[in-house]
Write a protein that binds this ligand. Structure first.
Ligand code: PGA
Ligand code: ZN
Length: 448
């Protein structure tokens, strides 16, 4: 058996300019798997723990030398000598040795780096592409006849930019399952270019935010980007609602605060325990009024997915949002399928929280982020549970610190995800689309 011989971690830089963790796993025969870990800017409170040094003399406290040392000194001795193809066993070993609910001890950044690098080494050792390896490792029985479609951030605000929208992301989601990935990618980039030209024409700034999407300084309202995206789709020569739909990630936890005088809104069943502050429009809305605004957008625009429309603490109102999205009367005429209500901060790629969302009928889709879970196995288990319960899966990049690692693309292909969510430009984002197009090419040459 070709066992794990050596594990080495190092501090590298992520896209935001702060450190993250890279891990190399080397097998007896010299096969080497390497992986790096991303982290968020608007992270959910229940995500697996990112261990930072908190040493103000280095990187303003954001160094990751403690996580690096945990890999080299604590995790490596546990894992060396193990069979790299026992991904589930290795992940469990690390979870048990850490011993905490959220990986606070070793740091999820340390554990995940090892977990991903082990999978890469095992895939290389088996002479398989990573997506093929994940398929066989987790017995997914993938057919690979439909690749995930790109969902591209076009306008960003919230904590990803200064003085842009309160809602965090406005996206274009490709809608044709039967188009080649490279055609869906081309459409997205043409819409991005059309959007840029339109914004320039009307004198709106085309500076970009964390994810490479436009972050229009001083934008008039949170609805404006929806109008811009509709114009851009048409200007690029595509049809809104049939070629390309609109998506939103409100990241509402970021503009939500407890309501000092909570009341049940009469008749609607909405519980107003939280207030939502839209600074752009100088409005403070209770959940009832926020849902009303969303419902109007659902009627007006071909919105296909809607992520974190409510705060991660406002669980009680999520079923209401799903019910609104599923009501026929709020569907735009051009819509081809019902709106997907997507959880991100609400479920943080965690099977326990996903189960709760399924039981409460709080949503019908889930965003998937490896570093929210903290191991490959827990991420895959969240995907498998979602699939079993007819939740759409959307593997995603991170806004805060992304790396050139493309693991999430192979994972998305292996699980047959509906979309992959990534920013439009910058190396750490476009490498994801490039990997998707490469996989398409590999599949066409019998790498199933
Ligand atoms: P983050 O945001 O990665 O910066 O937390 C992305 C998202 O909320 O989807
Ligand atoms: Zn999100």
């Amino acid at each position: 058996m070709n066992t794990i011989k050596h594990i080495r971690a190092r501090e590298i830089l992520a896209s935001g300019g702060s450190p993250t963790v890279e891990v190399e796993v080397i097998l007896e025969n010299g096969t080497k798997g390497c992986a790096s870990v991303s982290y968020g800017a608007s992270a959910g409170s229940k995500e697996a723990f990112v261990l930072r040094d908190e040493d103000p003399k280095r990187y303003y406290g954001k160094g990751m030398l403690k996580a690096v040392a945990n890999v080299n000194e604590k995790i490596a001795p546990l894992i060396i000598g193990h069979d790299p193809s026992d991904q589930r066993g290795i992940d469990k070993l690390m979870i048990d040795a850490d011993g905490t609910e959220n990986k606070k001890n070793f740091g999820a950044n340390a554990i995940l780096g090892v977990s991903m690098a082990v999978a890469r080494a095992a895939a290389l050792d088996a002479n398989l592409e990573l997506y093929q390896y994940l398929d066989s490792c987790y017995m997914l029985h993938a057919t690979f006849d439909r690749l995930p479609k790109p969902m591209v951030v076009m306008v960003e605000g919230g904590v990803h930019a200064d003085k842009s929208t309160d809602l965090q992301e406005y996206l274009i989601s490709a809608l044709h399952d039967d188009w080649p990935a490279k055609e869906n990618v081309r459409m997205e980039m043409e819409i991005y270019e059309a959007l840029k030209q339109n914004l320039k024409k009307i004198g709106v700034s085309t500076n970009v935010g964390n994810e490479g999407a436009f972050a229009p300084f001083g934008i008039a309202s949170n609805e404006k980007p929806l109008e811009y995206l509709m114009e851009a789709i048409t200007a690029a020569g595509y049809k809104p609602g049939s070629d390309a739909g609109l998506s939103i990630d409100a990241a509402a936890s970021e503009f939500c605060a407890p309501n000092p005088s909570p009341q049940r809104a009469s008749g609607s069943g909405v519980i107003n325990n939280y207030l939502y502050q839209l600074k752009t429009e100088k409005r403070l809305l209770d959940a009832g009024h926020l849902l009303k605004m969303y419902s109007e957008w659902f009627k007006k625009y071909p919105i296909v997915t809607f992520e974190d429309g409510l705060s991660e603490f406002d669980w009680q109102n999520w079923p209401k949002l799903l019910a609104i999205a599923q009501t026929d009367t709020v569907r735009a005429e051009s819509r081809t399928s019902p709106i997907k209500i997507v959880t991100d901060d609400l479920t943080v790629t965690n099977t326990k929280l996903l189960k709760k969302a399924i039981e409460m009928r709080a949503a019908n889709a889930i965003l998937i982020k490896l570093n929210q879970a903290g191991t490959v196995t827990e991420t895959m288990d969240a995907c498998i549970l979602a699939k079993k319960n007819n939740f759409a899966t959307i593997p995603s990049h991170r806004g805060g610190g992304e790396t050139n690692d493309t693991f999430l693309v192979d994972l998305a292909v292996a699980i047959g995800a509906e979309w992959i969510k990534v920013g439009p430009t910058r190396g750490e984002r476009v490498c994801k689309y490039n990997r998707l197009m490469k996989i398409e090419e590999l599949l066409s040459t019998n790498h199933k």
